[in-house]
Design a protein around this ligand. Structure first.
Ligand code: PBG
Ligand code: ZN
Length: 325
């Protein structure tokens, strides 16, 4: 049966009909808001490379967390920017670090809001790499212990989910073991399983002061040209005990996201990263696109491709739009 008998436009005839047959419905439940925490109190400073996003002191981060939860968003992901950096990134596992303090205060103020913590060293190392360095090489195995310590310090502070973003081999197993040994069997691991070496992270690295001081991350993050390798990374992380997987960046990697979801059927997240945000904001600022439509369309597309949830800098704002129709 085909035209003129079959007319797909019948099911698009008006908004009520379109509502009836719509396949993908974006809700606040699908969104996770990143928060950048800096030293000091009373600080709420707009980030140049991420207009509309802020560096928060711990007290301001708590206020922000309340607003986020009120918008209907179920989780935040915390990134810390320490007051000083060193060769091993030792402030990453400091019990009084920005992430640890913010986690404690947010869990106290808004207990139902899930706190995810980004586990990595690049914000804390003076060289800006995600692991321990020797002769300009990022050493894999010595880094694992430090990631384990960092994850445990987040769990002690009350994190619900830890999210390692370093791309060292074996880190999911090492972190699971460290958490279990420290008696945190219920803290979940969201693995940045498929993380590409991407130019889309530029604004984040400005915001976090985490750009590598020499070289680049191509020796540990994935080559954007590779697809089969993504499935291998996911397979390993599942074997090692990842509870949830992430594909990152978001929109440019929807093919990978869809395949990971279809192949493994696990809880799979997408991270719409800082460069994606910056591109939307820049185009909107000069009036070249309809900002709100584009944000909602993009998030819907990421969900349609298979994301169970989306980490996005637009989470709070989009959730408020969705909530209020
Ligand atoms: C830390 C980390 C990065 C992002 C999340 N965790 C930066 C990087 O790997 O260089 C990127 C997030 C974004 O761009 O929004 N390893
Ligand atoms: Zn890193």
């Amino acid at each position: 049966m085909s035209f003129p008998t079959d007319r797909p436009r019948r099911l698009r005839i008006n908004e009520t009909m379109r509502r009836l047959v719509r396949e993908t419905i974006l809700t606040p439940n699908d969104l996770v808001q990143p928060i950048f925490v800096v030293p000091g109190e009373g600080i709420r400073r707009e980030i140049k490379s991420l207009p509309g996003q802020f560096h928060f002191g711990v007290d301001e981060a708590v206020k922000e967390a309340r607003e986020i939860f009120a918008s209907g968003v179920p989780a935040v992901i915390l990134f810390g920017i320490p007051g000083s950096k060193d060769a091993t990134g030792s402030l990453a596992w400091d019990p009084n670090g920005e992430v640890q303090r913010a986690t404690r205060k947010i869990k106290k103020a808004v207990p139902e809001l899930l706190v995810i913590t980004d586990v990595c060293l690049c914000e804390y190392t003076d060289h800006g790499h995600c692991g321990v360095i020797k002769q300009q090489q990022v050493l894999n195995d010595p880094t694992l212990e430090l990631l384990g310590k960092t994850a445990v310090s987040h769990a002690r502070a009350g994190a619900d989910i830890v999210a390692p973003s370093d791309m060292m081999d074996g880190r999911i197993g090492a972190i699971r073991e460290a958490l279990d040994e420290a008696l945190f069997p219920n803290v979940a691991i969201l693995s940045y399983a498929v993380k590409y070496a991407s130019a889309y992270y530029g604004p984040f690295r400005d915001a976090a002061g985490s750009a590598p001081q020499f070289g680049n991350r191509n020796g540990y993050q994935m080559d954007p040209a590779n697809f089969r390798e993504a499935l291998r990374e996911v397979e390993l992380d599942i074997e090692e005990g990842a509870d949830m997987l992430m594909v990152k960046p978001g929109t440019p990697y929807l093919d990978v996201l869809a395949k990971v979801k279809e192949t493994f059927g696990r809880v799979t997240a997408s991270y719409q990263v800082s460069g994606e945000y910056a591109m939307i904001e820049a185009a909107a600022a000069i009036g070249w696109i309809d900002r709100r439509r584009l944000i909602l369309e993009t998030l819907t597309c990421i969900k349609r491709a298979g994301a169970d949830f989306i980490l996005t800098y637009h989470a709070k704002e989009a959730a408020n739009w969705l909530k209020n129709g």
